[in-house]
Design a protein around this ligand. Structure first.
Ligand code: ADP
Ligand code: MG
Length: 156
C-alpha cells in the first residue's frame, strides 16, 4: 500500500498540511464516508492536524477536542465532518448507544483519534495518519489502506 512521510517543523506547517489534506479529500469522488485514523501519543498533534483540516476548509469557529463529547461535527464546504476522540471511551459498546453506524453511513469525512479504543465497531480506515514527535517537530506517516486512500495520498 502507498505510504508517505512528511517532516513538519512547526505548528503552522501542521495546520497548512491539514488544509491540503482536507482539500485532497474533497477532490476525490467518494460517495461514501471517508475514514481517517489518527495515531500518536497525547500531545502528538492529532487534534491540531484536524483543526487545520476543518478550518482549512473554511470553518471560522473553534475546533475543540471532543475528548468528553466523543464527537464534534462541522458542516463545511458542503460536507459534514465528524471529529471523534475515543480516548475516554471505556467500552466500545458506548459507540453503539450513540448510533455510531449512522455516522459512517453518510457521505462525510470521519476523523478518528484513538481508533484502537473503538476496535470492532469502526469501519476500516482509508488512510492511517501516524504522528511522531520530538520537541516542536513532527513526522507524519500516512498509510493508504484502500484505493480511495491511495487517491488522496497520490495528490498530496
Ligand atoms: P493530540 O490531539 O495528539 O493529543 P494536540 O494537537 O491536542 O495533540 O496537541 C499538540 C500540541 O503540540 C499543541 O499544544 C501544539 O501547539 C503543540 N505543537 C508544537 N509543535 C507542533 C507541531 N509541529 N505540530 C502540531 N502541534 C505542535
Ligand atoms: Mg487530541
Amino acid at each position: 500500500m502507498l505510504e508517505s512521510t512528511r517532516y513538519i517543523p512547526d505548528e503552522s506547517t501542521m495546520l497548512r498540511f491539514g488544509k491540503k489534506l482536507a482539500e485532497n479529500i474533497l477532490q476525490v469522488q467518494a460517495n461514501r464516508a471517508v475514514i481517517l485514523y489518527f495515531n500518536g501519543d497525547l500531545g502528538a498533534g492529532k487534534t491540531t492536524l484536524t483543526r487545520g483540516m476543518v478550518q482549512g476548509l473554511g470553518h471560522q469557529g473553534k475546533v475543540k477536542s471532543p475528548t468528553y463529547t466523543l464527537v464534534e461535527e462541522y458542516n463545511v464546504a458542503g460536507k459534514m465532518i465528524y471529529h471523534f476522540d475515543l480516548y475516554r471511551l471505556a467500552d466500545p459498546e458506548e459507540l453503539e448507544f450513540m448510533g455510531i453506524r449512522d455516522y459512517f453511513a453518510k457521505d462525510c469525512i470521519c476523523l478518528i483519534e484513538w481508533p484502537e479504543k473503538g476496535e470492532g465497531l469502526l469501519p476500516p480506515a482509508d488512510l492511517s495518519v501516524n504522528i511522531d514527535y520530538y520537541d516542536d517537530a513532527r513526522n507524519i506517516t500516512l498509510i493508504a489502506q484502500t484505493t480511495l486512500g491511495e487517491q488522496i495520498l497520490r495528490q498530496l
